[in-house]
Design a protein around this ligand. Structure first.
Ligand code: GLU
Length: 503
């Protein structure tokens, strides 16, 4: 039975790397008809941040990553919030005490700090392990009566893991393969603190065991903890789950881990949703990304389906996902590729759906549009946009006459004949009874032909007075949409204003 968990600590907004971890766990669970669990690891009270837990839940919900068991879903392995499981951890710490695999340490922060500084002076790093523990203040170095007295006195202590001296620990990672680490490079990590709180290592192993986790899929930053975790499983006499450590998400230039600062500097979010507390952060949702696009992009940052196919729905991702295809090396984040995905998913939406979304933006600007009319505008420019918000810059001239006229275009296109020709065109359009794209096109074309005018010259100047610049879709589509009256007004005004400027 596959049982996997996403186990975030609510210490701030969830980085997109964290969302990817959740996603891979979810895909793996669904693919293998297993169970996906959301467990909140909130035992480090000092690092808790208000709003972070809700943020995590809302981020997963937005992405369509649905837990089977979790703090809101419940389940028979609950509670799923570690702060509600506190009573459990002490007994497991005591189990290790009984086995002699952990010990009480009474060194104060200050004592440890000065040992660290001393080692640094000698060019070393201080490691609390077999080579020094005998000289420090703990239940291995002190006579039993002494340390027991300290405990009774209520002296502050931590429980540390007694890492064996000079032993090679062998273990496997699904992504990284076989790994060997010598215990002399490891320290005697704290498992339990005198405030009655377990550290991450103890709570994490105990819960993975109790929740019958089959595969631990998590970020590469946890790989250095794996030797300790393997040792803890041995000490408890439990079978360890299988491990898969996911590669880092790298900056766009590939140099180092993707951070909020990179996003701020280069103009893209590194969080799924807007983070409103303290130092705020931009979110993909608020930037106008569709969750399908975001998920698709994220899935391919560190994994590939083994084919060239890049557009993959959640169901297709589930179908194709395997841990064996997760990359070993870090994945470079590409902001342009991210908008490429959104472009694709936007094109899949109907004109009606897009019109409904764009209408909100228009409403905020004070334009109240009919959906059916808006659908026609959407259809004309859809291919040019990657985000709904971009519709405005592609279509503003449908809703309002130009405020200015592009001076470059005037310089290039406005000749002494232009004003006269445009006024002729105005008369022609005024006489048209049927004002559709086809009827206007036919009338204008035959007028240009009859007069022997230059089509390019007329149409460029025409666009200038209607749009204000040389952009936008087909002219006849624009004017049939804005209507005869508005078209005539814009010609008149343009001729007036540009004519005035040119003279
Ligand atoms: N609480 C850890 C975190 O914040 C969990 C790491 C793990 O999955 O073991 O990422």
């Amino acid at each position: 039975m596959v049982r996997v968990r996403f186990a975030p600590s609510p210490t701030g907004p969830l980085h997109i790397g964290g969302v990817r971890t959740a996603l891979y766990n979810y895909l793996f669970a669904r693919k293998n008809k297993g169970v996906f669990i959301l467990r909140i690891e909130d035992t480090d009270q000092a690092r808790l941040v208000d709003g972070a837990e809700e943020y995590i839940i809302e981020s997963l919900r937005w992405c369509g990553i649905v837990p089977d068991e979790g703090i809101n879903e419940g389940g028979k392995y609950g509670p799923y919030r570690q702060s509600e499981r506190i009573h459990l951890y002490r007994q497991y710490a005591d189990m290790l005490v009984a086995k002699g695999d952990v010990y009480y340490a009474f060194d104060t922060q200050e004592e440890l700090e000065s040992l660290r500084t001393e080692s640094e002076k000698g060019g070393d790093t201080f490691i609390y392990n077999a080579s020094v523990r005998g000289k420090l203040k703990n239940s291995l170095s002190l006579p039993e009566s002494d340390w027991k007295a300290l405990l009774e006195k209520g002296e502050s202590f931590v429980i540390r893991y007694r890492m064996p001296f000079n032993e090679d620990i062998h273990f496997d990672d699904i992504i990284r393969g076989h790994i060997v680490v010598n215990t002399n490079t490891l320290d005697d990590k704290v498992l339990y603190k005198s405030d009655g709180m377990p550290t991450y290592h103890l709570a994490n192993i105990v819960d993975d065991h109790l929740m019958e986790i089959s595969h631990v899929i998590r970020g590469e930053e946890w790989l250095p903890s794996l030797p300790l975790h393997i040792m803890l499983y041995r000490s408890f006499g439990w079978d360890a789950p299988l491990f898969a450590h996911l590669p880092l998400l790298l900056k766009p230039d590939g140099k180092g881990k993707l951070s909020k600062r990179d996003g701020d500097r280069m103009g893209f979010p590194v969080f799924p949703l807007f983070w409103p507390y303290g130092e705020t952060a931009r979110g993909y949702r608020e930037e106008g990304y569709y969750p399908e696009a975001f998920v698709n992009m994220l899935a391919l940052l560190g994994w590939n389906p083994g084919t060239e196919q890049e557009i993959l729905s959640m169901d297709e991702l589930i179908d194709l996902f395997s841990l064996e295809r997760v990359h070993k090396s870090g994945s470079r984040f590409d902001p342009e590729k991210a908008s490429w995905f959104n472009h694709h998913y936007l094109q899949l939406r109907t004109d009606n759906e897009l019109a409904m979304e764009f209408r909100e933006i228009l409403r905020a600007k004070g334009y109240h549009m009919d959906i059916v009319e808006l659908e026609d505008v959407i259809a004309l420019v859809k291919e040019r946009v990657s985000f709904v918000r971009e519709f405005w810059q592609e279509t503003d001239f449908f809703f309002k006459a130009p405020d200015t006229y592009d001076s470059e275009v005037i310089k290039k296109r406005w000749t002494p004949e232009t004003a006269g020709q445009l006024l002729e065109l105005k008369d022609l359009l005024e006489k048209l009874d049927v004002f559709t794209t086809a009827s206007i096109e036919q009338a204008v074309k035959s007028w240009i032909e009859d007069k022997g005018y230059n089509t390019g010259a007329i149409m460029n100047a025409f666009r200038l007075v209607i749009v204000g610049a040389s952009r936008g879709p087909h002219m006849y589509d624009i004017i049939s949409w804005i209507g005869k009256e508005e078209t005539l007004k814009r010609i008149e005004r343009g001729v007036d204003e540009i004519g005035g400027q040119v003279r």
